[in-house]
Design a protein. Structure first.
Ligand SMILES: C[S@@+](CC[C@H](N)C(=O)[O-])C[C@H]1O[C@@H](n2cnc3c(N)ncnc32)[C@H](O)[C@@H]1O
Length: 319
């Protein structure tokens, strides 16, 4: 990196007139920075090589001899090597060992299930804390309550916070057998009554014979793993009158910068390419299903909005 103007350069600049000196110094320094940037990139090296090759060809054309011929051939060989390297580098550019689309979310969660709980960041923790606080608000005055956790995962981050509650029941629906196994492992011996359904959310929601309604329905950090949106009318039907739906997910402004949810498993990185989840689009769909918005909390990571936790109520009069 070029930092400032060196002594030899200063001596050269000293020869210039005083009035134009600040502008010239700036220009000179800028050109040196540009030059350093060009030199430091592979693209810069390729450009330099092409120019050198053209000069060698011109030299060969003017004075055909062994020397310009060997120089031109050497530069041509280097150029071919550089182009081949750039092409293979571009193909294998992904920084991850395994990349999954939301259509393969089940494979992704199966692969990362055992490492999922350990991977949690501070901001995920804040998101989960806000969800837990909201659930507690709803269940604290109820004698018996039932939470339906759509895409409940390992249960460690939300359900386990209610482990000693004997008045409550918790049902998790999840499509990943390994996440479900972790849930069962994490919930061993707790006082909370737990149940788990190994099923795809869309299939679960499509099952119109649901006789049961729940005090709280959760869909936390799941929408961004789904290939398309949930059927909110069906989700709303699962909420008891006077109950709540809690929706939380990563902000799209964050997924725009970090599009992958990554988990390291035995030294190999697994990355799920997330679907951006826009709360502004969810609100009208959810409220049209008969729920009212009761508030949204943002979790921030420095200046960027990281996630949202939004609560929707079902009026007591509505069935
Ligand atoms: C990021 S985890 C969140 C888990 C939990 N809600 C939490 O906040 O810790 C997403 C969960 O959704 C589940 N999931 C993803 N797509 C699903 C689908 N189509 N049907 C059911 N579960 C799904 C995954 O298996 C995973 O356990």
């Amino acid at each position: 990196m070029v930092q400032g103007v060196r002594a030899t350069d200063r001596r050269m600049l000293a020869g210039l007139g005083r009035r134009g000196q600040p502008a010239l110094t700036g220009l000179y320094s800028l050109s040196k920075h540009c030059w350093a940037a060009i030199r430091s990139t592979e693209l810069g090296l390729r450009v330099i090589n092409i120019i050198a090759l053209l000069l060698a060809v011109a030299w060969l054309a003017r004075s055909p001899d062994w020397e310009p011929a060997i120089t031109a051939l050497g530069l041509l060989g280097t150029l071919i090597f550089q182009e081949a390297r750039a092409a293979t580098g571009a193909k294998g550019k992904s920084p991850f060992d395994h990349v999954y689309s939301t259509n393969k979310a089940r494979d992704f969660y199966n692969a990362v299930a055992k490492s999922y709980d350990a991977r949690n960041s501070t901001f995920l923790l804040h998101t989960h804390r806000e969800v837990i606080r909201r659930i507690k608000e709803y269940v604290k005055d109820r004698d018996g309550w039932h939470v339906l956790d759509l895409g409940g995962g390992t249960g460690q981050l939300i359900a386990s916070h209610f482990y000693d509650n004997q008045r409550g029941e918790w049902t998790s629906v999840d499509s990943s057998p390994n996440m479900v196994a972790q849930f069962q492992h994490n919930m061993q011996g707790v006082k909370l009554t737990t149940g788990v359904v190994l099923r795809d959310i869309f299939e679960f929601l499509a099952d119109v014979r649901h006789p049961k309604k729940y005090d709280v329905v959760l869909i936390v950090l799941v929408l961004s793993s789904l290939p398309h949106d949930a059927d909110w009318a069906k989700v709303a039907k699962l909420v008891k009158p006077g109950g709540a739906l809690i929706v939380a997910d990563i902000e799209p402004s964050y997924t725009a910068i970090h599009p992958h949810f990554t988990v390291l498993v035995e030294g190999r990185s697994h990355a799920l390419r997330m679907r951006p989840t826009h709360l502004s689009e969810l609100i009208p769909m959810i409220t049209q299903s008969g729920l009212t918005q009761a508030g949204t909390q943002s979790v921030k990571q420095e200046q960027t909005n990281y996630s949202f936790v939004s609560v929707f109520n079902k009026p007591s009069s509505q069935h």
